[in-house]
Design a protein. Structure first.
Length: 282
């Protein structure tokens, strides 16, 4: 079945609104605001329903920033086991397959997505539960905050996914002021200058990304050292990466945010992760 026909079953018309936009009735509160040499191994899974994945080696790194917001402090040493991470944010085309298979409710702004021109744009308007369910559907899961930050910063502690250079239009889609439908977004995997050494794209800009953890501004004060997975509960879920309507400070890879898990926004998307097998099994 062509993607455009999948989209047309749930698309109707075009609506233009000011940004950032949130589906009505949803909480929109933002938060206060030991790997060896880089490897570029890809998980050989790529299909119309799931993105290719990059291997992120196990390692130790300094999580957080003493120069960032209060919720980025204190800097603390963290070890994370090896995992795989989608090299791209989940696209309109891939999410359309999920909707058709699961008969799920379409996300916020889905009526603005059209087959062809928008198929390779990242899907917007999914809440945390939508993102979790899609990742489960493709046999994956949401990354933890610690995994996401290790993938974005590496063990060397990059300020941005590509390094410490200030973002330009060649690095990320950011700095926009008005939502103009899916044309506001760029195609996934477009910014070669913005990719990580492992080949992961768009960890800064385009869309905020849901991660698995509950959000707690004070979590770094009591975070465990090994494979932290966030607080056991809370009112907000964590997001990372910044979006099309953010500035360079917000795109920093240590920056954190928290939204209500049922929030659907036009500046939020997601990508999936997967456990890596033990070293002797790879």
């Amino acid at each position: 079945m062509r993607i455009c026909s999948l989209l047309s079953s749930v698309c109707a018309g075009l609506l233009w609104l000011m940004i950032p936009e949130v589906s009505s009735g949803q909480d929109t509160r933002p938060s206060a605001s030991l790997a060896g040499p880089a490897e570029s191994r890809a998980l050989p899974i790529n299909s119309p329903t799931s993105a290719p994945m990059a291997f992120v080696p196990a390692g130790e790194f300094a999580m957080g920033s003493d120069r960032g917001q209060d919720d980025e402090q204190p800097v603390h040493r963290v070890t994370v086991k090896a995992f795989y991470l989608d090299t791209q944010e989940v696209t309109v085309a891939r999410y359309a397959h999920f909707l058709a298979s699961q008969k799920s409710d379409p996300p916020f702004k889905w009526n603005e997505a059209t087959g062809g021109s928008h198929e390779n744009k990242p899907v917007v308007g999914v809440n945390w539960y939508d993102a979790r369910d899609y990742c489960r559907w493709v046999g994956r899961r949401l990354p933890t905050e610690a995994e996401w930050e290790l993938a974005a910063r590496g063990t060397e502690g990059r300020m941005y996914p590509w390094g410490d250079a200030h973002p330009t239009r060649g690095h990320a889609n950011a700095g926009r002021t008005k939502w103009q439908g899916y044309d506001t977004l760029t195609h996934v995997g477009q910014f070669e200058l913005g990719r990580t050494p492992q080949g992961v794209y768009d960890l800064a800009g385009n869309l905020w990304e849901w991660v698995a953890d509950w959000y707690d501004a004070a979590y770094y004060q009591f975070s465990p050292r090994d494979n932290p997975s966030g607080p056991s509960t809370g009112p907000l879920r964590a997001l990372r990466g910044g979006a099309w309507n953010n500035d360079a400070k917000t795109l920093r890879s240590t920056n954190r945010a928290g939204y209500a898990p049922d929030a659907r926004r036009n500046d939020v998307g997601f990508r999936c992760a997967k456990d890596a097998p033990p070293p002797n099994a790879r």
